[in-house]
Design a protein around this ligand. Structure first.
Ligand SMILES: C[S@@+](CC[C@H](N)C(=O)[O-])C[C@H]1O[C@@H](n2cnc3c(N)ncnc32)[C@H](O)[C@@H]1O
Length: 340
């Protein structure tokens, strides 16, 4: 039995005991172990070898590992800050900067690691400021973030004293970014499993609060996703969905035959009323639309840490209400609901 995470090669990352072992009587722990074993080979691929080696090398640098009392994890309203700038020697700084750059693109952030700012493509603090006011009190709750990216929101949840903040996301790339952050943050109540929303049945009636942001339009079957989320919420638990949407009052969804905003993996882009109808049909109650905004090129933009194309390149240069393919430009809608 594996009782330690992460799935990184030995010596890289922060090896700690498995936070989900404490819950083995209420989750399908054997199935979780099978899923971990299924993804394990992908983590020893050549692509990740040099990253794992560089992460392992940082372990010899004592100044990067202050005592527990001195360990710094702070939140100003924008950044998640880990480690103090003054504690880091210049050689370590260079090694860490290289590692951070080697893990580009950073899509979600911003973070600050020992004073090194990671200015990600998304200013995710803006989404957080739209989301957080609509969440119920998080103290001592079991919270899931499904499609958690590199864990920016998992770290933001930490500010509010959850019992467990569990992220699920199948991306190896984001998993490595998260593990780099956890190498220094060392927060045992935050856990990331590199598995997808299809595995919600591992966690029956487990979560008090579930966030699922930016995922439904990437999935072929959004109704199956919502039903899976419902099954893994406790009765009375809160769901928060954040989703790309198109403008409109009709309960309809765009199904782009080709790309949408240059993305290949977009299936259904609903209007806000359509998303509400999906959530209602999945059996949720108390459905509230909390926010519905156009995405701005300040919130999602190209940076040194994410140097590829970004929103400005995805919109029609003549008419920013359209994507380059001529579809309605994306909006972002937030809906909360409750499992009866
Ligand atoms: C648009 S990003 C949203 C990230 C973050 N939740 C946010 O709102 O900023 C979509 C995320 O969904 C993840 N994803 C892709 N397929 C998934 C699946 N089957 N289950 C869960 N997450 C998935 C991607 O790896 C990516 O991190």
């Amino acid at each position: 039995m594996i009782d330690s995470v992460p799935l990184l090669p030995h010596g890289a990352g922060w090896h700690r005991s498995d936070a989900l072992l404490d819950y083995r009587d209420v989750i399908d722990y054997p199935r979780l172990q099978e899923l971990r074993e299924e993804v394990r080979p992908a983590f020893s691929l050549k692509t990740w070898e040099s990253v794992a080696k560089a992460m392992g090398a940082l372990h010899n640098r004592e100044e990067l590992f202050p005592s527990e009392e001195d360990r710094l994890l702070r939140f100003n309203h924008r950044r998640v800050q880990i480690g103090a700038k003054q504690t880091i020697a210049s050689t370590s700084r260079i090694a860490l900067e290289e590692l951070i750059l080697g893990l580009r693109p950073w899509r979600k952030g911003p973070f600050e690691l020992f004073g090194i700012e990671i200015d990600a493509e998304w200013q995710s603090d803006r989404k957080w400021s739209r989301v957080f006011p609509h969440l119920e009190p998080l103290q001592n709750k079991v919270i899931g973030d499904i499609g958690c990216g590199n864990g920016y929101y998992l770290m933001r949840l930490l500010e509010h004293g959850p019992k467990l903040a569990l992220g699920l996301d199948p991306s190896q790339h984001f998993y490595f970014q998260f593990e780099l952050l956890q190498t220094f943050a060392r927060q045992p109540q935050v856990q990331y499993e590199p598995i997808g929303i299809e595995a919600m049945n591992v966690f029956p009636e487990f979560f008090d609060v579930l966030l699922c942001m930016g995922v439904l339009y990437h999935h072929r079957n959004p109704m199956a996703c919502l039903l899976g989320l419902k099954d893994s919420l406790k009765k009375g638990g809160q769901l928060l969905i954040e989703c790309q949407s198109i403008p409109g009052d009709e309960p309809i969804a765009l199904f782009p035959p080709g790309r949408y905003a240059k993305m290949r993996n977009v299936y259904f882009v609903p209007t806000a009323p359509c998303l509400e109808a999906w959530i209602k049909k999945a059996g949720f109650v108390d459905i509230q639309r909390c926010s519905d905004v156009a995405v701005s090129c300040e919130e999602q933009r190209r940076t040194d840490f994410s140097p590829n194309e970004s929103l400005a390149d995805f919109l029609d240069p003549e008419d920013s209400s359209l994507t380059v393919e001529g579809h309605p430009a994306p909006r972002r809608v937030i809906i909360t609901a409750r499992k009866p």
